[in-house]
Design a protein around this ligand. Structure first.
Ligand code: DAH
Length: 329
């Protein structure tokens, strides 16, 4: 296309308007002012101009050259300024809103229980969630084919490795590690093949274990009653112990509390079975122990009046946010 010198300024302005990169501007510059650019073409057409007009046309082209050069240079400056500006810190930008998280109700209940038992001298102890048959069953006096295994249907990795079905396995780790006397509390996740509004395949338990000389069933009853009074912040709450059976305790009991006029089972407990003590080389003639295990979700449901256990695992922010104000309770 043959470009007339009178159009050139307008054309360049159009090109500059849409240009916002230095690289593109370099190309525009060479298109207009370069060796094969529009302006050079116009200069080389000077020779075809009749000689009487050549001088004035020549000076017009020189003017045009100055105008185009100025336009391009000021565009270079503009792009340079923009680059500087974007590097500068803009203090007027509104601050990003950080949403504060809140503690999960399960964590709050664990903390509350830990706090109460630390007052009784119990220390928190951790144990693995992937367990061997030995720690989860055998050392707790639950041999192969024992009917109690039926209640503990779990997820096996192979014939020996499994997801622990209860935190009672931590009793063994703790006693192996610290021997007697000891007072430990072991909170954590446990797993069972179960899923409905009141059962989840993963849930949380807290295990308690105290081994010492002269530990008796009355110590156990006093301890758990006092725990319940402290947890529910009321001494009026009614409790009862019912005889029960767990392979790792003898005698064994279940503890109920009166809630809204009904007895509600809240935990299992008992005196540590002598076989369990023997399994970790603690002399049952010298030492005796008390143990208990409770479901944390059950306590959280009671404390916060929650009906469906599944809300604990859905991570619905509207549900979780409600517990912020209870943070330190
Ligand atoms: N491990 C038992 C369960 O998961 C709970 C339990 C009962 C723990 C009695 C104990 C205990 O320490 O003494 O069902």
């Amino acid at each position: 296309m043959k470009i007339n010198h009178t159009d050139l300024e307008a054309l360049l302005k159009q090109d500059l308007e849409t240009c916002n990169k230095e690289h593109d501007l370099q190309q525009i510059k060479s298109r207009y002012l370069g060796k094969k650019g529009h302006l050079t073409n116009l200069f080389s057409s000077l020779k075809d101009i009749p000689s009487e007009n050549r001088k004035s046309y020549g000076s017009e082209l020189n003017n045009l050259k100055q105008i185009l050069t100025k336009l391009i240079n000021s565009k270079f400056e503009e792009l340079d300024n923009n680059k500087e500006k974007s590097k500068r810190l803009d203090l007027d930008v509104p601050a990003r809103h950080h949403q504060f998280g809140s503690h999960h109700p399960i964590s709050l209940v664990i903390r509350r229980i830990e706090k109460i038992f630390s007052g009784f001298g119990f220390e928190t102890h951790d144990g693995p969630e992937i367990e061997t048959e030995h720690y989860n069953f055998k050392s707790l006096n639950i041999p192969d084919n024992h009917p109690a295994r039926d209640m503990h249907d779990t997820f096996y990795f192979d014939s020996d490795l499994l997801l622990r079905t209860h935190t009672s396995s931590v009793q063994i780790h703790a006693m192996e590690h610290m021997s007697a006397p000891l007072r430990v509390l072991a909170p954590g996740r446990v797993y069972r093949c179960d899923s409905d509004p009141t059962h989840s395949p993963m849930f949380h338990q807290i295990e308690g274990l105290c081994v010492d000389t002269d530990i008796s069933f009355s110590n156990l009853k006093w301890l758990l009653n006092d725990f319940i009074y402290k947890f529910f912040q009321s001494k009026k709450i009614k409790t009862r112990f019912r005889p029960s059976y767990f392979p790792f305790t003898e005698p064994s009991a279940e503890m109920d509390i009166m809630f809204n006029g009904k007895w509600l089972e809240v935990l299992g407990c008992g005196m540590v079975h002598p076989n369990v003590l023997k399994n970790v080389n603690i002399d049952p003639k010298k030492y005796s122990g008390l143990a208990f295990g409770l479901g944390i979700e059950r306590f959280a449901m009671l404390a916060y009046q929650i009906k469906d256990l599944r809300v604990f695992f859905e991570n619905d922010i509207n549900f979780l946010e409600q517990f912020e104000s209870l943070r330190e309770s």
